[in-house]
Ligand binder design. Structure first.
Ligand SMILES: *Cc1c(COP(=O)(O)O)cnc(C)c1O
Length: 387
């Protein structure tokens, strides 16, 4: 069977071959396989050196100091550590604030943490996106109160690709002395991030969204001003006590290399990927009943979310079988519910159900886009006649 054209880079990315090469060199006896916590021999020292080099590489990608990077298993864990960690640490320090601001279109890893904290007595404000799927700094300003201890918002939305004005929100939270967490799983390595200039205190990264391996992530924890977080995984005291567990040298080295490549090629990739995405949209936008979801200017380079009205999501995905794409978000596709992100921005259940997300990435080429356009035009024409 012919493999489908991969247009689901927001769900996960393949590991870049240059990254895979570095990763493989950290596994076997002749490679850098040691335990970075081993202090008594060269194997340990070499592993530690590789881990610290990678830490600097990831820090460089986001304008951080290497001491501000904590290794985790992915953005889900980073979000948990950031949100629960900062709230618990504030409580332990005697802060009695009980209010958290987030949005209705966050990833489940953020929403479920907030729901958990709600069950512990915290009050959560879920900001609603406008019709373009954007959360504005003004909404944050309005929601802030004396009780607010944390604002948690994503940089780029995984379904729509819409971009939040993190820098403007950072000005608000910093001047109010409130912790600011950003889920940057979809933006890291794709858009410029400067944690210091943006006044971010905590920032979550995922390696497998930036051409690194799955099961690897990082959390930026600000040291200036210093943010305290309570550990969520207890053990050997690794990562300055914030996250225990033997460091996965191969995963970490891979994430470091992914960060180096992303930083070096970011400008070229933004141009190339957004032009492929635009070409895809141009090729199908004249189809009757088709419309684009979400902002078209505050949007990440690779995202295209479209509504093909009148055709059910399930039918759509089954019919567009030459394309590897997703309906709503992959993390949500276990349930048959229409995307909560699309309904939050005002789409009806039917419109949300008729929407698909296509995401372009590093290994997409012109031929892929031409073939995808042709396939969508054929299939959609047939489905509309049938309907
Ligand atoms: C993928 C993703 C996550 C989860 O990251 P994992 O590394 O898979 O745990 C969190 N937030 C956003 C916005 C994502 O796109």
């Amino acid at each position: 069977m012919k493999k489908a054209i991969y247009l689901d880079y927001a769900a996960t990315t393949p590991v870049d071959p240059r990254v895979a090469e570095k990763m493989v060199a950290c596994l076997t006896l002749d490679g850098n396989f040691g335990n970075a916590a081993s202090r008594s021999h060269l194997y340990g020292w070499q592993a530690e050196e590789a881990v610290e080099t990678a830490r600097q590489q990831v820090a460089d990608l986001i304008g951080a100091d290497l001491r501000e990077i904590v290794w985790t298993s992915g953005a889900t864990e980073s979000n948990n550590l950031a949100i629960k960690g900062v709230v618990e640490a504030l409580k332990a320090a005697g802060n009695t604030g009980q209010h958290i601001i987030t949005s209705a279109i966050e990833h489940k890893a953020v929403l479920d943490c907030c729901e958990y904290l709600h069950s512990q007595g915290y009050k959560i404000t879920y900001l609603q996106p406008n019709a373009q799927g954007v959360i504005s700094p003004e909404q944050v300003a309005e929601a802030l109160s004396d009780e607010t201890i944390l604002v948690s918002l994503m940089h780029v939305n995984n379904e729509l690709g819409t971009v939040t004005d993190i820098a403007a929100i950072g000005v608000l939270t910093r001047s109010a002395g409130i912790s600011f967490h950003v889920d940057a799983a979809q933006s890291a390595g794709k858009l410029a991030i400067d944690c210091k200039a943006m006044n971010v205190d905590l920032l979550s990264l995922s390696a497998h969204k930036m051409y690194g391996p799955k099961g690897m992530g990082a959390l930026f924890v600000n040291r200036q001003p210093k943010i305290d977080i309570a550990a969520q995984i207890h053990g050997g005291g690794h990562e300055r006590g914030m996250r225990s567990g033997t460091l996965a040298t191969h995963q970490i080295v891979a994430m470091g290399e992914a960060a180096v490549i992303a930083k070096a090629e970011m400008q070229d990739e933004i141009t190339r990927i957004s032009s492929l995405r635009d070409k895809l949209w141009l090729g199908i936008k004249d189809l009757p009943g088709i419309s684009r979801n979400g902002s078209t200017d505050a949007v990440s380079p690779g995202h295209l979310n479209v509504c093909l009205s009148g055709v059910e999501g399930e039918t759509l995905l089954m019919s567009l079988r030459e394309l590897a794409i997703s309906s709503g978000s992959a993390c949500n596709s276990a349930s048959m519910k229409p995307s909560y992100v699309l309904t939050a921005m005002g789409l009806s259940d039917a419109e949300a159900d008729s929407s698909v997300r296509m995401t372009v990435g590093r290994f997409t080429d012109e031929t892929d886009i031409n073939n995808a356009v042709e396939h969508i035009r054929n299939v959609y024409g047939r489905l509309q006649q049938a309907g």
